[in-house]
Design a protein around this ligand. Structure first.
Ligand SMILES: [Mn+2]
Length: 405
């Protein structure tokens, strides 16, 4: 059996910005590439959408894209499904696009998330927390899907669910969570690779936006991260690692290859060392870098240029004295420029910017941090309940939060 694995597509990313079409353009290329490889089905590893409440203007073209992919594919036969409600022996044809949802498209249990909307159209098959067995030409394969839960609860939820290895076939595990091995300085409750079952033949991970391959620490089986199809963060590593998809060939052995996408916008990442320069001098340095990049840039789309200023400013100046307005205006139609000043130190760094910097370097999202604090304050261990209360409070529905409590 041949399978394509597509990473976080983030449909709707930068909807009001210059990169409005990037997520769609890249995802289309990814699905086209999967089709041209004549795979039997496609697995998408979560963060299908950029937001949990995407606008109809986003949902509608996604439905159209899924429709056109479905029209050019055979359905695949689902023969068995094991969820927390128990086991079902069923034979029915399902869409060959299998998805889980990620932290970007997760909503509390009693709400409908956008990936579940797609599932209800039968254009995709969403796995929340379940195992399925698929059959094609007398071959069978087991897929275990674990949609996102808040990262700090993932280990507990995973252990409680007890995914079971299904004998006599290859077992694939699909997950969208953070792992200690992937980002530095994470809280201890975040999972390790050793939390993944050593019985499964391959692990497919969403969430991390750059392509990476690792091995399970016990079984030595592959852990593959296709990476997002769109650059969302302008990180250095995203400028070095190409966007693409995996093609898995599942037989006696599992073979896999990574195929690059050609359409993604180019990202250039440069660091400028600052050693006592004044803002006007820094502006000149930035312009020189931008000019040089534009000279050798050759891609249909205007590039993203991320420039990080690193060092110490001239005495008496603070980072906000460096104004980028004119520069951004000048290159408006030729580049998408982003200047990072967080590594720029002035001799009188004020307390506020230090606090923001500290928050930014913590590897936990504001939302997860809020959920954690609320859980501690309310002394509430039940995740479903906690998420519902958090969501009600966030939406300003105080009465509802009280009711749930
Ligand atoms: Mn993502």
């Amino acid at each position: 059996m041949k399978i394509a694995v597509i990473g976080d597509t983030h449909f709707g990313f930068d909807h009001y910005g210059k990169r409005k079409d990037d997520a769609f353009r890249n995802a289309k290329e990814a699905f086209e590439l999967a089709l041209s490889e004549k795979v039997d089905f496609i697995i998408q590893v979560g963060d299908v959408f950029d937001e949990r409440l995407p606008k109809p203007e986003i949902i509608s073209p996604v439905i159209n894209l899924m429709k056109s992919v479905n029209n050019r594919f055979d359905k695949i036969k689902l023969v068995r499904r094991i969820s927390s409600q128990g086991e079902e022996l069923i034979t029915k044809d399902i869409s060959p696009i299998i998805m889980i949802y990620g932290d970007h498209d997760r909503r509390p249990k009693e709400y409908v998330n956008p990936v579940q909307i797609l599932h209800n159209t039968d254009l995709i098959y969403c796995m929340e927390r379940e195992s399925i067995i698929l059959e094609k030409d007398d071959e069978r394969i087991a897929i275990h899907g674990f949609s996102n839960v808040p990262h700090q609860y993932a280990r507990e939820v995973l252990n409680n669910h007890k995914f079971e290895h299904i004998p006599n076939m290859k077992n694939l595990f699909v997950v969208h969570q953070s792992f200690q091995e992937l980002l530095p300085n994470q809280p201890p409750e975040i999972m390790n690779y050793s939390d993944l079952s050593e019985k499964f033949d391959i692990h497919l991970l969403g969430h991390i936006h750059w392509n990476q391959e690792n091995k399970h620490p016990i079984s030595n089986k592959p852990i593959l991260l296709p990476g997002s199809t769109v650059q969302t963060q302008m990180k250095k590593i995203e400028s070095k690692v190409s966007k693409g998809i995996y093609i898995l060939d599942i037989g006696e052995k599992i073979k896999y290859k990574f195929l690059e996408l050609k359409k993604p916008r180019k990202l250039y990442y440069e660091t400028i060392k600052i050693n006592g320069e004044k803002p006007s001098e820094i502006n000149t340095l930035i312009q020189e870098v931008v000019k040089k990049i534009l000279d050798y840039h050759n891609h249909d789309l205007i590039p993203m240029i991320r420039i990080v200023l690193n060092g110490i400013l001239h005495d008496g100046f603070i980072p906000s004295d460096i104004s980028m307005k004119n520069l951004l205006k000048k290159y408006e139609d030729r580049a998408i420029i982003n200047i990072g000043k967080s590594k720029l130190i002035s001799k009188k760094l004020n307390e506020k910017s230090k606090l923001i910097h500290d928050l930014k370097t913590k590897k936990i999202s504001i939302e997860d941090l809020g959920l954690k604090i609320l859980g501690e304050k309310l002394n509430l261990k039940k995740l479903d309940k906690l998420e519902s209360i958090f969501s009600a409070l966030k939406d300003g529905e105080l009465a509802k939060a009280e009711e749930i409590l």
